[in-house]
Design a protein around this ligand. Structure first.
Ligand code: HSE
Length: 319
């Protein structure tokens, strides 16, 4: 298969951006070069030289030699501006911004159609676990009945550390932040919002059901009290923050994010630490179980890399 040469304009050089830079250095087979990096903070010390950076987004958006924009910034509103501008200029886009994608799913779909350019976002959902492309490709004709899983790495890390290692909640959260797992506003993790954004993306690719964040309940781990912890310990259960969606016989979709007691015979029971796990149930294949690192620099960068590689052979989601 002949592959395109990709000239990348990167937005954001935080934990995942740096991870992508490292990962690309170690992937000589792929003809993909980062030619410019746009960052916000002029003062921040960077791991690579100043000459690699710009502070003006138009240096990338107006550069006709750049055919791929990789968006790895934190701010969902700014990300939407960048991504829509890039699509309008005919540039393919890779994004890891689940909030931005969940909030603007329909507009992004329309922009892709109108300008005939792909937007890929495997890293936005469960980091290194290749779930979106599996939902798109493998289950194309085998109908999905339900999807259930742990889709937030930080809360799973916090639950694992507080439950099994008796760390305090604050210590465990601090560790999740230090390891680069948590969002810059960690309430997005602990309140189940991040899991909800991911669930919304999964819903679109599992059932073709496009919903808005306000359509789905999310109850976070902050609602777990001493009583629930004591009960779980006594009964040898674990508590996991689970995102769940299923289709009823009449075709209605139910979806929510909620902490759940999990028994040792449940496959999610051993999905600990920063790992994510998803169980799909289909009409013909019965169940599948996906597991992978759900956050962190290199695992998330690996999903971005996979999308970049897919763009080199013109892959796009069919929805
Ligand atoms: N804060 C997110 C998580 C990062 O902990 O899962 C990866 O999406």
């Amino acid at each position: 298969m002949s592959r395109k040469n990709l000239n990348i304009g990167l937005f954001g050089f935080g934990c995942v951006g740096l991870g992508l830079y490292e990962v690309l250095q170690k992937t000589p087979g792929l003809k993909a070069t980062i030619s410019n990096i746009c960052v916000k903070d002029k003062e921040k010390k960077r791991a690579i030289g100043k000459e690699n950076f710009t502070f003006d987004k138009n240096d990338i958006l107006n550069d006709e030699s750049i055919n791929v924009v990789v968006e790895l910034i934190d701010d969902a509103d700014a990300a939407f501006e960048i991504v829509s501008a890039a699509l309008k200029k005919g540039k393919a886009v890779v994004s890891a911004n689940k909030k931005m994608i969940a909030q603007h799913f329909t507009e992004l779909l329309e922009l892709q159609k109108e300008y005939n350019v792909p937007l890929l976002y495997e890293a936005a959902c469960c980091a290194s676990m290749p779930i979106i492309r599996n939902l798109e490709e493998y289950y194309d004709n085998d109908l999905l009945e339900s999807i259930e899983g742990i889709v937030n790495g930080s809360t799973n890390y916090i639950l694992t550390k507080t439950f099994s290692e008796n760390l305090s909640y604050d210590e465990a959260l601090l560790q999740a932040q230090e390891k680069g797992f948590a969002e810059s506003n960690p309430i997005l993790d602990t309140g189940g919002f991040d899991a909800k954004y991911k669930l919304l993306i999964l819903l679109a690719h599992s059932f073709g059901y496009v919903a808005k964040p306000k359509d789905i309940f999310n109850i976070g781990i902050d609602n777990i009290g001493e009583l629930e912890l004591k009960y779980a310990r006594e009964k040898k259960l674990k508590i996991k923050l689970v995102a769940q969606a299923f289709k009823s016989e009449t075709g209605n979709i139910s979806a929510f994010v909620i902490p759940k007691f999990v028994t040792p015979d449940d496959r999610l029971y051993n999905v600990d630490d920063v790992f994510n796990g998803i169980i799909t149930k289909t009409s013909f294949a019965d169940t599948h179980f996906f597991v992978g690192r759900g956050a962190g620099s290199l695992p998330t960068a690996s999903a971005v890399l996979s999308d970049i590689s897919a763009l080199s052979y013109d892959y796009r989601y069919e929805y």
